[in-house]
Design a protein around this ligand. Structure first.
Ligand SMILES: Nc1ncnc2c1ncn2[C@@H]1O[C@H](COP(=O)(O)OP(=O)(O)OP(=O)(O)O)[C@@H](O)[C@H]1O
Ligand SMILES: [Mg+2]
Length: 642
């Protein structure tokens, strides 16, 4: 490829590169090189893999299917390698194998990958490497600096002095050209934040806080236009070069200038290697195999077209041609030289100092996670703000619909309805928490895969941060609806109502967390939570009195239905101490021992449902146990899903 064609096809990007280079921040970093001293790699010299083969059981045919075959390669410190090939060729799979992450379940993996000729333990390997996934999984309401700050605190617990932590954060923010965005939020569906390319840079920068020597990036430029892609890769390259890091990135359709930022290229198609070597050597290699890259063509695009047979008009001819290319690559002097180099590197052991695992510090991680959620909770209206507003609206609506209803026997049904509706609807609307939880969950999955913390501390932090907000919602709702609606007007009854509603909200949120942890998908989780709430409403005792409910629903669901305990608790709270007059005609709805006084006790209403008084403590205890059960199940769901 001539220089001419590069500058012609990449004028816009050249301008950016120029500006990246000229950027005062970058110049700054030269002077502040010390700020990134922790990033410097002087231990890992090379990363080499050989004979990587992955066989899975095909989803459809159930036959073994080879998705990677005998892939090899070698990268030296300071180099950045592109993993390129058509969609489905095995890039993510290879990256996962190299990063020692889970490949699809039941996959059989062969081959080996070594660091300095050593095969470090999984823990040691994880401490040497970092993996940045295709999806950003950032918390949208945090600023860039806060994101880095929490990444640092979670990674280093409190082993790093504050000044050193700040220095590292500042160094990374500058290295990735994010100084001007440092105090901008990442962006939520409601509040726009930084650009897509900047988000990708934050994702990479926040992974670098742990100072990995090898960095895996899955599609770091997906969804970005060519200018933003170029920016991301050039920042990564700058950092890798300066600190002698190894970077392996899968990439789709890079522009000419982005392509040329890479040092090495691994070209995959159908799970087989079709080239591995320097980026500038690919041209002569393909020319020697009879496929010269035409002038003024984007080499990456040319190679991808050559590798992709999915859309070829003559499938057989195309696949034959691809096979031919693969054969001539395997026989080429470059490939033979590579194999010899890999063979030698595999056995040439060089020392690899083992880093000590940082101690898991439960209280510090818990505090950090609660702090992170706290910032999100007040800044992101999706987390709690919308629900506070909605429940306030609901309270005003309920309070005015049931406005000062007279306490006579004709209103008993209306009060019962209010008690049911309040509890059930409050529980139902906990679904509004799903989007916010799913965002946290995605961050948790990423953090866990990077070994930052486990499911228990995440679940506990999530539980803690919800409590004050649920209590606030509870109090706002009750203050408005309880007094407008003319419920039992004693302080004790009011506080009892607050307690029941609080337990209701806590249980409902725990249910959302459980369902969304099993199915971390918005629509599925919404449908299932809504279904569960429909079920709890049907069997909570209001629709069909527990006395009449058939044994299946009673024994399988009624007793574990948190709404049932809330309903009966509130019913007892409202009716136990009431006495109703039967009016001037003395027609009593219920016949009790007070019939001679032409009135009846509210206990008769409770009797209808079979509710006994004096069991408040027991029911509240059961509710707490249900909450605990839901949280434990949620924790196990997280624990099982690695
Ligand atoms: N259990 C399985 N059964 C059948 N095929 C599978 C299974 N697991 C993975 N594959 C296939 O393995 C191939 C490699 O997938 P991989 O995700 O690594 O591709 P990719 O190159 O990253 O694709 P993309 O560019 O679209 O991200 C795909 O063709 C995929 O369909
Ligand atoms: Mg992929």
């Amino acid at each position: 490829m001539s220089n001419d064609s590069v500058s012609q096809s990449g004028t816009a990007e050249d301008a950016i590169y120029h500006s990246v280079k000229q950027d005062p921040f970058i110049v700054d970093i030269e002077q502040k090189a010390l700020d990134n001293a922790h990033l410097m790699n002087d231990t890992v010299r090379n990363f080499v893999w050989q004979g990587i083969t992955v066989v899975v059981k095909d989803h459809k045919t159930k036959e073994p299917k080879t998705i990677l075959e005998n892939v090899e390669g070698s990268i030296e410190a300071g180099e950045i390698c592109a993993l390129m090939g058509p969609s489905g060729c095995g890039k993510t799979t290879l990256l996962n194998v190299l990063a020692r992450r889970d490949v699809s379940s039941g996959a059989k993996i062969d081959g080996s990958a070594v660091v300095n000729g050593n095969n470090p333990s999984l823990g040691a390997f994880r401490r040497l490497t970092s993996y940045v996934e295709q999806d950003d999984a950032l918390i949208g309401s945090l600023t860039v600096r806060e994101t880095m700050h929490f990444a640092a605190r979670l990674a280093h617990k409190n082993t790093l002095a504050k000044t050193e932590r700040m220095r590292r954060i500042d160094g990374l923010i500058e290295s990735f050209g994010l100084r001007q965005q440092a105090n901008s939020i990442i962006g939520t569906p409601i509040r726009k934040g930084i650009s897509g390319g900047q988000k990708r840079r934050v994702s990479v920068a926040s992974q670098l806080i742990t100072a990995p020597k090898i960095l895996f990036l899955d599609e770091p430029t997906s969804g970005l236009d060519s200018a933003a892609s170029f920016e991301v890769i050039s920042f990564v390259k700058e950092v890798a070069k300066r600190n002698n890091l190894i970077v392996i990135a899968s990439i789709h359709q890079p522009s000419t200038s982005t392509f040329q930022l890479f040092d090495k290229l691994l070209l995959l198609s159908g799970g087989k290697s079709h080239y591995f070597g320097s980026v500038h050597g690919v041209e002569s290699q393909f020319e020697s195999m009879g496929y010269p890259i035409p002038l003024h063509t984007n080499p990456a695009e040319f190679l991808l077209e050559l590798m992709n047979i999915d859309f070829a008009s003559h499938q057989e001819a195309a696949s034959g041609r691809l096979q031919e290319i693969q054969q001539s690559w395997v026989k080429s002097p470059k490939a033979i030289e590579l194999s010899a180099h890999v063979d030698a590197a595999m056995t040439r052991e060089e020392p690899l100092p083992d880093t000590k695992p940082s101690k898991r510090n439960f209280p510090i991680i818990l505090m950090t996670l609660v702090h992170r959620s706290f910032i999100k909770s007040y800044r992101d209206v999706v987390a709690y703000g919308i629900r506070v507003a909605m429940y306030t609206g609901l309270a005003i609506m309920m309070g005015t619909v049931w406005l000062r209803l007279k306490q006579d026997q004709s209103a008993i049904q209306s009060f019962t309805n209010a008690i049911f509706f309040g509890g059930a609807f409050m529980s139902f609307m906990a679904v509004a928490y799903i989007p916010s939880y799913l965002e946290d969950h995605a961050t948790y999955v990423k953090d866990r895969a990077n070994g930052l913390y486990g499911p228990a501390v995440f679940m506990l932090a999530n539980f803690i941060i919800g409590l004050p907000y649920l209590f606030l919602i509870d109090v706002i709702f009750s203050v408005i609806a309880y007094w407008l609606g003319n419920f039992q007007p004693t302080a004790q009854a009011f506080f009892m109502w607050i307690m029941w509603l609080f337990l209701d909200l806590v249980a409902a949120e725990s249910l959302v967390v459980l369902v969304s942890s099993i199915f971390p998908n918005f629509v599925i989780s919404l449908a299932l939570t809504a279904f569960a709430n429909g079920l709890w409403m049907s069997v909570n005792g209001f629709m069909v009195s527990p006395k009449l409910l058939n044994v299946f629903w009673r024994y399988v669901f009624h007793y574990i239905d948190y709404q049932a305990y809330v309903f009966q608790g509130m019913m007892v709270n409202e009716f136990a101490a009431r006495v109703y007059s039967c009016g001037s005609s003395c027609q009593c709805m219920f016949q009790t021992h007070m019939v001679d006084q032409c009135s009846f006790s509210g206990l008769a209403v409770l009797e209808q449902y079979g509710y006994k008084v004096g069991r408040t403590g027991e029911w509240a205890g059961i509710l707490l146990a249900i909450v605990l059960g839901l949280r434990l199940l949620g924790w196990s769901a997280l624990w099982v899903r690695k």
